[in-house]
Write a protein that binds this ligand. Sequence first.
Ligand SMILES: Cc1cc2nc3c(=O)[nH]c(=O)nc-3n(C[C@H](O)[C@H](O)[C@H](O)COP(=O)(O)OP(=O)(O)OC[C@H]3O[C@@H](n4cnc5c(N)ncnc54)[C@H](O)[C@@H]3O)c2cc1C
Length: 414
Amino acid sequence: MSDRRETDVVVIGGGPAGLSAAAAAAEAGAKVVLVDRNRQLGGILNQCIHDGFGLQAFGEVLTGPEFAARVAARALEAGIEVHTDTMVTDLTSSRELVCTTSGERYPLRAEAVVLAMGCRERTRGMLRIPGTRPAGVYTAGAAQWLTNMADVRVGRRVFILGSGDVGLIMARRLVWEGAEVAGVAELLPYPSGLPRNVSQCLEEYDIPLYLAHSVTCIHGRDRVEAVTVTRFDERRLPIAGTEFEVACDTLLLSVGLIPENELSRNADVVLDPMTGGAVVNERYMTSVDGIFSCGNVLHIHDLADRAAEEGDRAGRCAARYALGPSTSRREELRIDAGEGIRYVVPQRAERSAEELLVSLRISEPADRCTAVVTAGDRVIAEESLRHGHPSTMVQMRLRSRGGIDADRLEVRMR
Ligand SMILES: Cc1cc2nc3c(=O)[nH]c(=O)nc-3n(C[C@H](O)[C@H](O)[C@H](O)COP(=O)(O)OP(=O)(O)OC[C@H]3O[C@@H](n4cnc5c(N)ncnc54)[C@H](O)[C@@H]3O)c2cc1C
């Protein structure tokens, strides 16, 4: 291993969150090294060639690669050092990293580290669908990569399990490629992807969506030949006698994303079982001083724009930590998810914080509902939602002059 190098901030991951974090940290005066295992910066956005990105961040409709190019240009202009084709294979709680690239391993140390490693997809092995193990079963993201990056045709007649956004977008994409999409089955009684993707990617193409249904068997010896689809009850148990078979040569899985936190665990970062990401405070600092987290590795975002915005804030805080006088962690209060709320981020906040941005997901779809933040009996913020949906991230900004006088805040639906 070559000699250890030191820098102010290391950002792990060059997707929209990591690039924005790196740009913001460098603009704040920090020396920044960004490491990404891919050859090209931009993360998953490089394979998302459809448009719909950028409205929030740039006020323009961009494709994924165009959005990635904008955030990469900002980071490069700010003077960051980039190590692509390089994977961070270890991270300790004292912010020592091991970087591995072809034929070389080298150590790095930073005053602050920003975790921005994104997420990966749940696979067939995690679902335990009975049946044979033929070719033709892909995660939606793998099919997206094969279609958009490798020009490979994944199938002619496709069925999709799960109504996550990547699967919905792939339904439309595969129709454009000349495939027939026989339908989408979703175990929940409502779609798990964004309403705009349901209407633009399924309804506009007459692709049936089977809510409260799942694939209960995969058939075929060498290649998928059909799937059995079954209706499920409200306890999520299959209803006997409701099975029907759909002929297809391909099954796509769009059944959830998992934040990639193996490195975070190595560094003893405390994780939240609800988000799968780190427990952070309002500065996006994890339970380990000097280690920050943002983007999909922290919690799964609905829009890349919001992942980038979060990266921006985390990067600024990381630079402040790296360049500022060392101060010990101040007294923190807890922010808990109450009734009707699946999770909140951040889960902690310094009591002296005068401004807080809370991101949350509600548990069930609901019209005309209100998310409220309470400190004991006091309501300190509320947000009305016309059409609340678990697929859509809700953000609430709390302002409090002189800090928050409470040990615990709770966010719940009213
Ligand atoms: C498969 C898939 C398809 C998607 N398709 C769409 C879509 O079509 N439309 C849409 O709106 N949104 C889509 N999304 C969501 C979109 O990816 C996110 O909104 C956004 O890209 C999240 O940004 P990020 O920076 O947090 O993560 P990412 O963009 O995933 O970037 C993470 C980066 O970290 C790098 N990395 C991870 N671990 C290491 C390590 N140990 N060392 C070095 N580098 C590392 C990865 O190589 C990657 O470049 C998709 C997500 C996935 C997972």
